[in-house]
Design a protein around this ligand. Structure first.
Ligand code: ZN
Length: 121
């Protein structure tokens, strides 16, 4: 084994470890409201200014994320989706996809799903 190869083997996990450590430190350094903001964004997506909450009718506080489901099946971007796809691969032309917008209101805390505005089917 040469040194280049060895240093690669050592540097990769060390680099990853440093990245994780920095990320944890960055999060710990954030004020609680900004940390919540960051976590909400990862969970529910970005705030969509045009969307209005169907519960409290507030604007500029609704986060939205596109979700794709196989028709009559699971979320496309999940492990279940992958299994569903491989199980039905032969008749893939028959697999239809449904697109939903998963919305979450940061004001009243409600979550709902809807068809995206451009999808008229
Ligand atoms: Zn609301």
């Amino acid at each position: 084994m040469n040194w280049g190869c060895l240093s690669c083997l050592i540097l990769f996990p060390v680099g990853f470890f440093i990245w994780v450590k920095n990320e944890v430190q960055r999060r710990n350094a954030l004020p609680p409201n900004e940390l919540k903001e960051l976590e909400d964004e990862e969970r529910y997506g970005k705030i969509d200014d045009d969307l209005e909450c169907i519960f409290c009718h507030s604007k500029q506080c609704v986060r939205a994320e596109k979700k794709i489901y196989y028709r009559g099946g699971p979320d496309k971007n999940s492990l279940d989706g992958l299994l569903f796809y491989s199980a039905n691969q032969k008749k893939y032309s028959e697999i239809r996809e449904d697109v939903f917008l998963a919305a979450h209101c940061t004001k009243c805390g409600n979550t709902w799903e809807m068809h995206p505005p451009e999808d008229e089917s």
